[in-house]
Design a binder for this molecule. Structure first.
Ligand code: SAH
Length: 614
């Protein structure tokens, strides 16, 4: 079922931290956001109003440990905009009060009850329907969707005015509610996949009990039909066979852009033909061999349902209903449309959990964590981590990526064999998992992204499952950028990044590059400058650079930048000794124009390389 975005717990000072941590234990993957300079937590922000607005606009649930009035004033400018309204709650710093403010339809009262339970207080619930009936009738559980909110509000005010209601269909979550029920009531709560017909004495709730199986329009459909059972005349048990039209014949325009919209339109037409509501759709199902087809992803996004895949066997019958037979684990009825032979619908008696249907397209996202602190990680990397089922990488980095949820599998390893790790990532992702591979800094700078692509180029030619994995690389703030920013702007003009490690390249190449870079007067950022296994290389490298650069050349040393105990030093090339440097240090050697001046703050200096040349 859909997982909710974990809430952001927002605090202003140290007095709220203990309460924040108690709430945090209740929500997997959630973080405490703290005002910079006042208190340290997982994420820091500089201005409360702007930060709350940003979270709200992204649809992130907000638990703010401050006065309700402050929260209201901060998000007020956004309230008139219709659209997502995430749950917003104010909680007293000492945990003595929990006040749901916004997001009634997004489950704010449920959260208020959860948080209040964690803090052992009563939530300040003010929603009259909820107080009277003990549940929010307009907020059905996962797997169900309210047909029409305006109608729902009218319906609840009728109930509050004293009317009673019948319940038609299966609504197990209402069993515990204190609803005024009567079999002869004028009003009815109807739980049905059928489209609402506009009657205002009914509150219609759709169970997501329909799955639409599609063969992909376009040239490759014929291949799908053949692969899944050419010659097999037997229809799947319980699934009447589809009219086996020539799917490829008149669909040349489908393979062009917009084919996602066409697939979605075909599904909507099929639902309509059977009187089913689009909100009853639980998932879109397609043949595994079309996993990488962007039209399918577009169609699922347009229908606002998860996309699942199946690989039918010959005994599953004819496409597209063979997909249903192969993927569904609950009893269902197949609905066909002779006019629309590319879509088959399965209708089950109850809501179907999309996680139980066929399989999903696996994902592998290679992310960079930035140098260390959470605020230097790009939001796309955080999103990938939140969505991950599996996380791979060096143990230190996996720890830096946390906090992770208990349901996320960590494959931390000290194994230095990067290719093995890349293979492991593809193996996991090709079974449908959402895998995140973590690197520090930027994943493309002396890190895992290149290893992953190398593995794919080699292994993918033999392995269609690997090629079907949805691969993405999310950039990060590299150590050179993070160090440069602290020092000023030493990379303000042409520069190069060099790894001084001769593990994967001959030392002669490194020497040659050093000479050329030094001669070209490029600023140089040295990664992997030294290690116990490579003790002499840095001195040799510096000897080469000193042949071309003056002893007064600026050198910036950043160690553990963005991590606890970070240090930043500016010295000169003449002063630099290899003993000043270790494997956690970034060495930036300036060019002939790199300069510095006193920063007037802490006796340090700003170092920069001007944008111009003499
Ligand atoms: N992908 C990483 C680099 C990995 S190579 C990135 O883009 O930053 C590892 C080298 O990066 C280390 O030997 C060190 O030179 C440098 N480095 C990584 N993190 C650092 C940090 N937080 N502070 C200073 N240097 C760092």
């Amino acid at each position: 079922m859909a997982r909710l975005t974990p809430p952001a717990i927002v605090i202003l000072g140290p007095g709220a931290l203990a309460t924040a941590r108690r709430i945090q234990t209740r929500y997997a993957g959630c973080q405490v956001h703290a005002l910079q300079g006042r208190v340290e937590a997982d994420v820091s922000y500089t201005e409360l109003g702007a930060h709350l607005c940003d979270l709200y606009a992204r649809g992130t649930p907000i638990v703010a440990l401050c006065a309700a009035g402050i929260v209201i004033r901060c998000v007020a400018p956004l309230l008139s905009n219709k659209g997502v309204e995430p749950p917003v709650l104010a909680v007293a710093e000492d945990g003595s009060a929990v006040v749901p403010l916004l997001g009634g339809l997004a489950g704010v009262n449920v959260m208020a009850r959860e948080i209040a339970a964690a803090l052992a207080v009563s939530p300040a619930i003010t929603t009259s329907g909820e107080l009277r009936f003990g549940t929010c009738v307009l907020n059905p559980p996962d797997g169900y969707a309210l047909a029409d909110i305006a109608q729902g509000k009218r319906f609840v005010s009728d109930l509050l005015a004293g009317e009673s209601t019948r319940i038609e269909g299966e609504a197990p979550w209402l069993d515990a509610a204190q609803l005024p029920r009567s079999d002869s009531a004028r009003l009815a709560i109807r739980v049905t996949p059928r489209a609402w017909d506009g009657r205002d004495d009914e509150l219609v709730i759709h169970p997501r009990s329909v799955v639409a199986a599609v063969t992909v329009p376009g040239a490759r459909v014929g291949a799908g039909a053949g692969a899944s059972g050419s010659g097999s005349a037997s229809a799947g048990a319980g699934s009447p066979s589809a009219t086996n039209a020539d799917h490829g014949a008149n669909s040349s325009s489908d393979s062009q852009t917009g084919s996602g919209a066409r697939v979605a339109a075909l599904v909507r037409e099929a639902l309509d033909a059977h009187g089913l509501a689009p909100l009853s759709l639980a998932a879109l199902l397609a043949p595994s061999e079309h996993m990488a087809d962007p039209a399918l992803a577009d169609a699922a996004a347009s229908l606002n349902v998860p996309l699942r895949f199946a690989q039918p066997r010959p005994e599953d019958g004819e496409p597209p209903s063979n997909l249903l037979h192969a993927a569904l684990r609950v009893p269902y009825q197949t609905l066909h449309d002779d006019a629309n032979a590319r879509v088959a619908l399965a209708l089950a008696a109850l809501a179907i959990d999309p996680d139980t249907i066929g399989r999903t397209r696996g994902r592998l996202t290679v992310i960079g964590l930035g140098p260390g602190s959470a605020d230097l990680m790009v939001p796309a990397a955080r999103t990938a981590l939140n969505e991950a089922t599996d996380i791979l990488g060096y143990e230190t980095y996996v720890k830096m990526a946390g906090p992770l949820r208990a349901d996320q599998h960590v494959h931390g390893t000290d194994n230095r064999e990067e290719m093995q790790r890349a293979h492991h990532a593809f193996e996991l992702a090709s079974t449908g998992r959402s895998v995140v591979m973590v690197s520090s800094g930027d994943p493309g700078v002396f890190a895992m992204a290149a290893a992953v692509l190398e593995a794919l180029e080699e292994g993918g030619s033999k392995n269609a499952d690997w090629r079907a994995v949805q691969l993405a690389i999310v950039p990060g703030v590299s150590a050179a950028m993070a160090t440069a920013a602290q020092a000023g702007a030493p990379l303000g003009h042409d520069f190069c990044m060099l790894s001084l490690s001769d593990n994967l390249k001959p030392w002669t190449i490194i020497e040659k590059r050093l000479r050329h870079a030094a001669e070209a007067d490029l600023v140089m950022a040295f990664y992997n400058p030294i290690s116990r296994a490579r003790p002499w290389q840095l001195d040799k490298a510096l000897d080469i650079v000193r042949e071309y650069r003056a002893a007064a050349t600026k050198v910036v040393l950043g160690r553990d930048i963005g991590r606890p105990g970070s240090t930043l030093r500016t010295i000169t090339l003449g002063e630099l000794r290899s003993s000043d440097v270790d494997m956690r240090t970034m060495v930036i050697v300036g060019s002939s124009t790199t300069r510095g001046f006193a920063n007037g703050i802490d006796g340090g200096e700003w170092v920069y390389t001007p944008r111009w040349y003499e």
